[in-house]
Design a protein around this ligand. Structure first.
Ligand code: CU
Length: 321
């Protein structure tokens, strides 16, 4: 294999390998399961995170290239038979100032946009709606104080290994079901989720009821700790209707892996109808959104994708396309 082809190969495969462990979760909201690099951003926060990531990566790449060139030059130019009596010069003031100043400038060039991004994600000045999120061992509770919707909780739909009950089998057959990510309402036994309006600034307040949890939505670029006795704030705006998933991101006990987040982002009129229904009949409200958002149900991530032969099969199909 010629060198350039080998480098292209590495450049293609290496990021893909890095992404593999996050692949199942990160890619869920897009149709393109075998896509590489970062998932498509759906919020202004996530867009800025991607831009910052590209910016820092560009810098890293440039530093690697410069250092590699210097290293090779030094090895060749000052090798023993070319340079038998090495210089014994030490302490060059001008050189030392330069090699201290340049890294300082590089760090500064990272710090400034990084802090700007942190402040951008911190809070919004114009929230359209507040969502209060409470972490419990091991599920999430949600309240909409502005809409007068009292707290309701959402649980994981048990997977096939842990529960063979008929009612769960029916839930798992629904087109929008994603294993270990879909949620339901314990009382009604029906699919239930967080519903939010599209293109609105959502203020999120997180807290914990027992231990520290973390409310994380990769597609929105949001991850906020839910700490008992404290109220943390963040915000996001989703620019596209759809079904989005997240998980608890703070080791919070034995069932930490089983407290997913499912969010259905809908147009304004559907959100208004949902809030109306929620006040009197929660199952009916969830049913209404379920029928409205079913078109966003994506291809299910099946277990075969997570086995090596399954991945190889997918990869071969993707290449043949
Ligand atoms: Cu948790």
């Amino acid at each position: 294999m010629p060198m350039s082809r080998f480098l292209t190969f590495l450049a293609g495969v290496f990021p893909a390998l890095l992404l593999l462990p996050h692949h199942a979760l990160a890619q869920l909201h897009t149709e393109d399961i075998w896509a590489t690099w970062l998932p498509e951003p759906v919020s202004p926060t996530k867009l800025r995170i991607h831009a910052f990531n590209d910016y820092v990566n560009g810098m890293v790449f440039a530093i690697v290239v410069v250092v590699a060139i210097l290293l090779v030059y030094t090895l060749v130019r000052f090798r023993r038979n070319k340079n038998p009596t090495p210089s014994r010069t030490t302490h060059n003031v001008r050189l030392e100032i330069i090699w201290t100043l340049i890294p300082c400038l590089i760090v500064l060039a990272i710090v400034i946009p990084s802090l700007r991004l942190l402040y951008f994600t911190d809070r919004t000045t114009k929230p359209d709606l507040t969502l209060k999120v409470t972490g419990y061992q091991w599920y999430w509770g949600y309240a909409y104080p502005d809409q007068g919707i009292e707290e309701f909780s959402l649980n994981l739909i048990p997977n096939e290994e842990s529960d063979a009950k008929k009612e769960f089998a029916a839930l798992r057959d629904l087109p929008a079901y994603q294993r270990l990510l879909s949620t339901y309402d314990l009382a009604s036994g029906k699919p239930a989720f967080v519903v939010l309006p599209v293109k609105k600034n959502i203020r999120v307040l997180t807290t914990g009821n027992d231990v520290i949890h973390s409310w994380a939505m990769p597609a929105f670029g949001v991850k906020k700790d839910a700490v008992p006795g404290r109220l943390n704030e963040t915000w996001f705006r989703v620019d596209r209707p759809g079904i989005y998933y997240g998980q608890c991101s703070e080791i919070c006990g034995i069932n930490h892996a089983y407290m997913p987040i499912e969010i259905r982002v809908v147009p304004d009129d559907q959100f208004a109808r949902w809030t109306e229904l929620m006040k009197t009949d929660q199952p009916a409200a969830m049913d209404y959104i379920q029928t409205q958002t079913i078109q966003f149900a994506h291809r299910k991530i099946e277990d075969r994708h997570l086995t090596l032969p399954g991945m190889w099969q997918e990869l071969k199909q993707a290449v043949q396309k």
